[in-house]
Design a protein around this ligand. Structure first.
Ligand SMILES: Cc1ncc(COP(=O)(O)O)c(C=O)c1O
Length: 396
């Protein structure tokens, strides 16, 4: 690397540090779980993983992944269409499709890849994509990469704004509307009843990324569409295996047979990149079985969300409203969010502060995420830490 580039990067890092916006990575020496142990000593209640149902270190999930490793080896050593499609992939895809009520599902090594692959494959020069302004970065980048004939960004969770953009779409366009089910930084939900009605009226195809809704929302944990009673009216669902479904890695597209078949045939992440390691598919399948067969986890998660929200509200904090397991507390500037996160950690609570560019400038926040693995005592300890930090920082 040239000395000039290294000097420029050092300057950029120094500016981040001077701004109080440098992210410190904390090395964890234990499994993911309700409490984690750091490599440099110390333990904390973990409120920043996406392990919503507490399945990342669940013995049945770990045993299934270990059996997959033993039975199928370390990985596929091939892309899917050459010799990279194994029985664990086929079984997981069948289970995902059955769970979500779609004809088929196709797995990827991440939901980032799944979103990019889907958008890239479905877009051509006569395609229009309409996207919520707060959609996940993988959707934003996916649209950029796909270069559709037309695109529009509608105001966050605003069906009126979507309708206005739909009015601009040419009648003969292939129209895709894409939204997160649960927005990861806000914890709020897409207004699916209005969006579904608009898509059906205009003949648009609706894509919902339900990475934070799956295993969290809906009477049986099938996600945001089930929450609204619309499980059979979303055309294409994408999701991650890296959150509720075992937390390892991987993503999927669940949809009709034509969509999944064309993805297999055409999507570049499928054609030029290895399949999901078989052990990961086995672990995710066991996690999906736990979600399907053990409704107690979902009840526990919801009880924890209610307990935490009530606790921090009673302490004078005002978390953003929402029905998901994400509870964001806005503090304003990035440096304040990072400082609050540091103070929480000193009190044994691990909750990350997010600032620009992850969230819009001036809306930096500490985001707490609940898990079914947390016990009442841990939730209460976390609330007490938030209350103490809020008082100390004059937030309550
Ligand atoms: C809404 C949403 N979509 C996609 C992703 C990407 O998932 P993965 O980690 O499987 O690439 C995330 C992860 O942060 C997400 O929150």
């Amino acid at each position: 690397m040239s000395a000039g580039l290294a000097a420029e990067l050092r300057e950029e890092l120094a500016a981040l540090r001077a701004d109080g916006a440098l992210k410190e990575m904390r090395e964890i020496a234990s499994p993911q779980g309700p409490e984690v142990r750091f490599a440099d000593g110390g333990e904390a209640i973990c409120l920043c993983s996406n392990d919503y149902l507490g399945l990342a270190a669940d013995p049945a999930v770990v045993a299934a992944a270990a059996a997959g490793l033993r039975d199928y080896g370390a990985g596929t050593a091939s892309v899917r269409f050459i010799c990279g499609l194994f029985t664990p992939h086929a079984e997981l895809e069948r289970d995902l499709a059955a769970f979500l009520g779609t004809e088929r599902a196709v797995t990827y090594t991440s939901c980032w890849n799944a979103n990019q692959a889907l958008l890239d494959t479905l877009c051509d020069e006569r395609t229009w994509v309409l996207s919520d302004e707060l959609n996940h970065a993988s959707i934003i980048d996916g649209i950029r990469l796909a270069r559709p004939g037309g695109k529009a960004i509608y105001a966050h969770a605003d069906a009126g704004s979507l309708e206005a953009e739909l009015d601009r779409v040419p009648a003969d366009a292939r129209c895709l509307v894409v939204t997160d089910g649960v927005f990861s930084m806000e914890g709020d939900l897409a207004p699916l009843p209005e969006i579904v009605a608009l898509c059906e009226a205009r003949g648009a195809t609706l894509i919902v990324d339900d990475s934070h809704g799956l295993g969290v929302l809906g009477p049986t944990g099938r996600g945001t569409a089930e929450h609204f009673g619309l499980a059979d009216r979303v055309d294409i669902t994408t999701g991650t295996l890296g959150k509720t479904l075992g937390g390892a890695a991987g993503g999927f597209v669940a949809a009709g047979a034509e969509v999944c078949s064309i993805l297999e045939q055409r999507s570049r992440a499928q054609l030029f990149s290895n399949g999901l390691p078989q052990s990961v598919a086995c672990g995710a399948r066991a996690a999906l079985a736990a979600l399907r067969d053990d409704p107690g986890r979902l009840r526990r998660l919801r009880a924890n969300v209610a307990r935490f929200r009530a606790g921090v509200s009673a302490a004078g904090l005002e978390p953003l409203d929402g029905e998901s397991a994400i509870v964001p507390i806005i503090v304003g500037e990035t440096r304040d969010a990072i400082a609050m996160s540091d103070s929480l950690l000193e009190r044994g609570v691990f909750a990350i502060g997010f600032g620009y560019p992850v969230v819009p400038e001036g809306t930096a926040r500490v985001r707490a995420q609940m898990s079914a693995a947390l016990g009442d005592e841990q939730v209460d300890r976390a609330v007490a830490a938030f209350a103490a930090v809020a008082e100390e920082r004059g937030l309550a």
